[in-house]
Design a protein. Structure first.
Length: 198
């Protein structure tokens, strides 16, 4: 392992780097383990950290500490992105359907078990996946609205000529609503077609 050049860092960062490098050495010399500083953090601070993670990663943190087993259930932000649900070797022609199935299963279970009184943010991005997503997404948005999120950020694929409407009833006191649509169609347009239209 290469040693860091701590001389190039500001003084406070140098001291922190030296302390972090020395902690495992002290623990090995004393025959014990290094103290678990992350578990000593307040739940509010851990929730703040979790709010920057994709929800799947936030749930996976439960293996890091016994104290964290149920912490994800009350995190103040839910971040769901289809990019987090990869398929290693799906059946031929089933990549998007398998990927969507993983996201649908995780998201439904997450929203059923989540117990925060309210959400700071609900972010959902399905990318440009080409599956029948409307029923699932409507259900997830309705469930998210029950938490009265401050921010609702949704990115969905929409076919040309087939608009998307948020599910009703939509009664929430949002401070910010972002609805992005990713247009896709079953036909291709060449650059010569575009220049002829302008």
């Amino acid at each position: 392992m290469e040693a860091c050049d701590v001389r190039s860092r500001p003084r406070r960062l140098r001291l922190a780097a030296v302390e972090m490098e020395a902690a495992p050495k002290r623990a090995r010399a004393g025959g014990g383990e290094a103290p678990d500083r992350l578990s000593a953090l307040l739940d509010e601070l851990l929730h703040r950290v979790f709010s920057f993670l994709p929800s799947q990663q936030a749930v996976q943190t439960t293996v890091l500490s016994k104290r964290w087993i149920d912490l994800w259930r009350s995190m103040p932000a839910i971040n769901l992105n289809i990019k987090e649900f990869e398929c290693r070797s799906p059946a031929p022609g089933q990549y998007e359907k398998t990927r969507w199935g993983k996201m649908e299963n995780f998201t439904t279970n997450l929203l059923m078990r989540h117990k925060a009184p309210r959400l700071d943010a609900f972010r959902l991005s399905t990318g440009s996946i080409r599956v029948d997503w409307r029923r699932d997404v409507d259900r997830w948005i309705r469930r998210a609205i029950e938490y009265c999120p401050v921010k609702l950020h949704i990115r969905l694929p929409v076919r040309l000529g087939v608009p998307y409407q948020l599910p009703k009833p939509f009664s929430c006191h949002l401070k910010r609503l972002v609805l992005l649509v990713c247009l896709w169609s079953t036909f291709s347009v060449s650059s010569s077609d575009l220049s002829a239209q302008s």
